[in-house]
Design a protein around this ligand. Structure first.
Ligand code: NAP
Length: 327
């Protein structure tokens, strides 16, 4: 088969469409014939040499895919999947390839009303948002969610899912155009982080109370302001470190406001945890995709062999939503 190889750590042009050995599904794994995958910021970090695959994961990038089941590996006879089934999947790597071996618990059906190629844009965002905003932070209907990077793959999904489940949503982004898109997706308010201080605006938008949950991709540089933006009993969930890995944490505010701070990565979680997240997505999120309340937001679709172009676009942050890569 062919796959995108990271020939050495570096800029986008180190990605090369290369002939490689076919993956062999191990115990509990299913082989998927890939129709499409999607670019994630983590793939850019991996390409730059800053985010190595966890032990046992494929060396090729790609955290999600869609396609058809090509073969059932050992121990998956009673998994409920059959050869030929259309699927999409959460991966710990290997999606930028013609075939990938996937733990059976990380397969999802293609949601009703979504075509096979577009379905590749869903698993990573759906699992990240479901696990962090709902399973970990427990966002409830009527609460306020602050989403940083509202125009990102993760942000566009988080806005829609929180809105569909009855939360109020405030989103940050770097341009008026992106904020317009955030409002179209269900954000109640948008903050241009180049022009305004977000803690002040969040307070204004919540009658002085603050956000109940913050979904953060910046990390260190936003830590103090995120804590400042939280309501009493608020929960901060950090999923990205685009602003560095350390910052100042005012424990006094945590005590007084009874706040909690969480940080997670999906990729390195144990198989059972990933399977539980995927099952939660199938039960609670897929019906909202099927009825159109939550839509995959695809900025553009490119051939997988042009993955380098997708990475350059992602690094310029010119996109809104996901960049899909097809075979
Ligand atoms: N922990 C996990 O399990 C997990 C899983 C998936 C993703 N992630 C993380 O989630 C983040 C988003 O991933 P993605 O694949 O969706 O990336 P993406 O589509 O490339 O989005 C990144 C976004 O960050 C925005 N941004 C940059 N600086 C910002 C700032 N100061 N304030 C607000 N927004 C800012 C960019 O747009 P503008 O600056 O133009 O607004 C861009 O939309 C990444 O950090 C990724 O590593 C974590």
């Amino acid at each position: 088969m062919h796959a995108i190889l990271i020939t050495e750590p570096g800029p986008a042009d180190v990605l090369a469409w290369t002939e490689v050995p076919d993956p062999v599904p191990g115990e509990g794994e299913v082989l998927v014939d890939v129709a499409a995958t999607a670019a994630n910021r983590a793939d850019v970090n991996q390409r730059q040499g800053n985010y190595p695959p966890p032990p046992g994961a494929s060396e090729y990038p790609g955290l999600e895919c869609s396609g058809h089941v090509a073969a059932l590996g050992p121990g998956t006879g009673d998994s409920g999947w059959s050869v030929g089934d259309p699927v999409c999947a959460l991966l710990s790597g290997g999606g930028y390839a013609e075939r990938v071996a996937v733990p059976a618990g990380q397969l999802l059906p293609v949601p009703r009303g979504v075509d096979l190629v577009t379905a590749a844009a869903l698993p990573e965002a759906a699992c990240t948002v479901w696990s962090n905003v709902f399973m970990t932070a427990g966002l409830r209907s009527g609460e306020t969610l602050l989403v940083h990077g509202g125009g990102s793959g993760i942000g566009t999904f988080a806005i829609q899912l929180a809105h569909a489940r009855g939360a109020r949503v405030v989103a940050t982004a770097g341009s008026a155009e992106k904020l317009d898109r955030c409002r179209e997706l269900g954000a109640d308010a948008g903050i241009d982080y180049h022009r305004e201080r977000f803690p002040d605006r969040v307070k204004e938008e919540t009658g002085g109370a603050g956000a109940d949950v913050v979904l953060d991709i910046m990390g260190g540089s936003y830590l103090a302001d995120n804590v400042r933006s939280l309501n009493v009993g608020g929960r901060l969930v950090i999923i990205g470190l685009m602003g560095g890995r350390s910052g100042e944490l005012d424990l006094g505010r945590l005590l007084v406001k009874r706040l909690s701070v969480h940080a997670t990565t999906l990729r390195s979680r144990p198989l059972e945890e990933k399977a539980a997240i995927v099952a939660g997505v199938a039960e609670h999120v897929w019906p909202l995709v099927a009825d159109g309340s939550v839509r995959p937001i695809v900025d553009r679709t490119l051939p997988l062999a042009r993955a380098a172009e997708a990475h350059s676009i992602m690094e310029s942050s010119a996109h809104v939503g996901k960049i899909v890569l097809t075979r």
